[in-house]
Design a protein around this ligand. Sequence first.
Ligand code: PLP
Length: 389
Amino acid sequence: MAHRAGPHFLQIPGPSNVPGRILRAIERPTIDHRGPEFQALAKEVLEKIKPIFKTKNPVIIFPASGTGAWEAALVNTLSPGDKVLMVETGQFSTLWVELATRIGLKPEVIEGDWRHGVDPAEVEARLSKDKGHEIKAVCCVHNETSTGVTSRIPEVRKAIDAAGHPALFMVDTISGLASADLRHDEWGIDVTISGSQKGLMLPPGISFNAVSDKALEAAKSSKMTKSYWEWSSQIGQNPTGNFPYTPNTNLLYGLNEACDMLMDEGLENVFARHERHAEATRRAVRQWGLEIQCEDTREYSPVLTGVVMPEGHDADAVRKVILDKFDMSLGAGLGKVKGRMFRIGHLGDFNDLMLCGTLSGCEMGLRMAGVPIQTGGVQAALDYLSGNA
Ligand code: PLP
């Protein structure tokens, strides 16, 4: 490909931009994963990751993408044929249902329109009917990356409690962690699933299960077939800085750095920065006269914004113009919203001027692609940002 001046704008909702500080950390020479230097690093990073999940319990790290951690959560706690209640919020919740089915679980799906998050009342109603406690787990996606909808996880917890149901509560925050608030312990989550390539600002390649005591207890009687994903072998070895296989040494250097960066900025400041960029983005989209995919203002995602195309206009054609002309990647509409919407990622290592460039590229690209928009979207974002510095 011909050289293009200036940086590529990677504005998909993950993988997000990897900051130079993390790239330099990862670039260090690979070391012996059974030697003392690595053991010290592993012990450090396994502690530093806990406050990111807001947990005091173990966080298990897999050298896998998020999908592996989805599978690990299920195979460690459940048994073949177990019923799981899963909520359709978009493409990622749908893929999780497919995974659960393939490994021999029986998902019962609460259907959704991909414009709303998990409805706590529906969860409560379904669990209340399950008098025999056949449902063994409730599985929700915190930040649905395919739509830009963030579910109200504490309210889902309350719904499970209101139904007096003992099901495990599993939450996928693969694109939420370190961008949107997530409190594993306080919110009573049993398994929190996450990945490296979004709010943690790392390349893809590692993923996580944060586990509650109740999940660890359930693991003792789980009968799903597993070997590589087995939590117990990790939990047995991690305290000495060891893993039951070759860990992703260089990404762990990066994770160590990422935890330091997040804590230096302060997690609450990180969340506020994401909220502010999301609000500026929504103001731009509204000024363009376009619809936001998320329909409930309580569920707006701080991580990404889904932009709906007017009838007769193809979101992928707009994305192509923006990539060709401005060297910016935006997220495609996935699954059943393919071509109907595109996604603007505003997460990770991201600041005001990057957002201004991103929105400028969108506004110019929408016009060049012939989408009938009102101009002034970028101005609306600038007004908001400068008034809320
Ligand atoms: N869940 C969510 C919410 C995601 O955003 C993604 C990926 O983008 C996944 C699951 C799957 O993770 P991975 O692609 O890292 O396997």
